[in-house]
Structure formats: structure tokens, C-alpha cells
Design a protein around this ligand. Structure first.
Ligand code: ADP
Ligand code: MG
Length: 231
């Protein structure tokens, strides 16, 4: 489903003329198959979030190939990336990224609105997904009236509503206590099994990484495969 080959990315920092280059992604190669949960685990600063942002098309890599369902997306322009994201990726972030002035239902239906789906269909789909994540009765609540775990469930519902083949999760339990973390990880496992959603989970937490079918380790911008997992 995702094939990444020889992916490189560099950030330039500092003033013009005195720029310093930081190589953040160094020759990254990996694949994710349909239906897999793959975790990418590594210390803070190892380049995990950059990898996710580049795959999602928020940043263009310096070089390399990213194929999703055999479409080469690495050099898409902003408009192409945005359209591709909407139809292929759902996102879960550490800080939920819900809109504070929109209620649960409105947050969840938003991707469908952007896609131009009509209101009655949005209502049917959002209700269905909200019941899958156990939040139908909270549809008219606002994010600040919910616990962290509930907010993350809302963001998972929002990530799923367009039926994306893959969900990219960046530290999905990073803001949650350990009991809530467990619940969210169980929900991810359930959605993987029942909805066949593929997950790429980025985390610095070895325990979170354990839920994956396959673990890859990010170390100083390099991705180490399963054979080299223990370093
Ligand atoms: P992780 O998610 O593993 O903690 P990141 O991908 O966020 O790591 O960051 C990897 C490295 O790239 C860090 O050294 C970070 O400081 C640097 N970095 C991240 N984003 C930028 C940016 N926009 N500009 C310059 N350097 C950045
Ligand atoms: Mg990060």
C-alpha cells in the first residue's frame, strides 16, 4: 500500500549565507502492506514526525520515491497533495487538533464537507462512525467538555470518515494517561480488525509500539528494519 524508497530530507536553519543543513531523513526505505499496523519508534528528534509529514505531502522531500497504491506522490504540488490526502489518509495527532468552536458532530463531518458531500449523507456517515467509537451520545458536545480519551476518539472518527485506506498517527497516545492510552490502542486494534484500516503509528513509547504487527526503528534519520530493531 505504501512504498518508500531512498527518501531524503534536509532542513536548512539559520540566516541566509550562514545556513546550516540538518539531514533529517537519510535514505529511508520501507513498505507497509494493506491491513498492517506498523509502528515507527524512535527517540525525540530522530525524524519520525518529519517522515509522517513528508508522506502526507505537507512537506516535499529533497529526493526519493513515495508510492501509495502505486501512485507516485513525492513530487506532487500543494493542490495535488491536498486532494490526495483527502482521499487516502486519515490523521491522528497527539494534541487531537479538534476545532474548539465546533461540536463533536461538526468536527467529525468536516472532511466530508471539504469533499463536497451533501448534509443528509454527512449526517448518516458521521452518526455511524460516532457509534463505532462509542460517542454518539456526545455528538452535540464541544471538545472542551470531553476527556482527553474522548477527544482522541473524536479525532479517530474524523480520521475514518472518508474511508481512507490508511491512517497516519503521530504519538496518538502522547497526551493520555496510561488507562486511556490502553483504551485508545484497543480501539485502534479493533478498527484494524473490523474495518481493515491500515495504520502507521509513530511513537517514542516502546509500549505503544508493541501493538503493531511490525516495528521499525528510527535512529538519527535512518530507519532500521526489523532485523536491526534492537540497537
Ligand atoms: P521526532 O518526531 O522524531 O521527535 P522531528 O521529525 O520532529 O523528530 O524532528 C527531527 C529533527 O528535525 C530535529 O532535530 C528537529 O529539530 C528538526 N526539525 C523538525 N522540523 C524542523 C523545521 N521545520 N525546521 C528545522 N528543523 C526542523
Ligand atoms: Mg514527533
Amino acid at each position: 500500500m505504501i512504498q518508500v524508497q531512498s527518501l531524503n530530507h534536509t532542513f536548512k536553519i539559520g540566516k541566509k549565507g550562514k545556513e546550516k543543513k540538518i539531514e533529517v531523513l537519510k535514505d529511508i526505505d520501507f513498505e507497509i502492506q494493506q491491513g498492517e499496523i506498523v509502528s515507527i519508534v524512535g527517540k525525540s528528534g530522530s525524524g519520525k514526525s518529519t517522515l509522517l509529514q513528508v508522506i502526507a505531502g505537507f512537506m516535499k522531500p529533497d529526493s526519493g520515491s513515495i508510492k501509495v497504491n502505486n501512485t507516485e506522490i513525492a513530487q506532487f504540488n500543494e493542490k495535488q497533495s491536498a486532494a490526495f490526502r483527502l482521499s487516502h489518509f486519515g490523521f491522528i495527532f497527539q494534541n487531537f487538533q479538534l476545532l474548539p468552536n465546533q461540536n463533536v458532530f461538526e468536527n467529525v463531518e468536516l472532511p466530508l464537507k471539504i469533499k463536497g458531500v451533501q448534509a443528509p449523507i454527512r449526517k448518516i456517515m458521521a452518526d455511524k462512525i460516532l457509534s463505532k467509537v462509542g460517542l454518539l451520545e456526545f455528538a452535540d458536545h464541544y471538545p472542551n467538555e470531553l476527556s482527553g480519551g474522548q477527544q482522541q476518539r473524536v479525532s479517530i472518527a474524523r480520521a475514518m470518515i472518508t474511508n481512507p485506506p490508511i491512517i497516519l498517527a503521530d504519538e496518538p497516545t502522547g497526551s493520555l494517561d496510561s488507562q486511556t492510552e490502553k483504551e485508545i490502542l484497543e480501539l485502534i486494534l479493533k478498527l484494524n480488525q473490523t474495518e481493515n484500516i491500515t495504520f502507521m503509528i509513530i511513537t517514542h513509547d516502546e509500549e505503544v509500539a508493541q501493538i503493531a504487527h511490525r516495528k521499525l526503528r528510527m535512529h538519527d534519520g535512518q530507519l532500521l528494519g526489523e532485523k536491526n530493531y534492537v540497537i
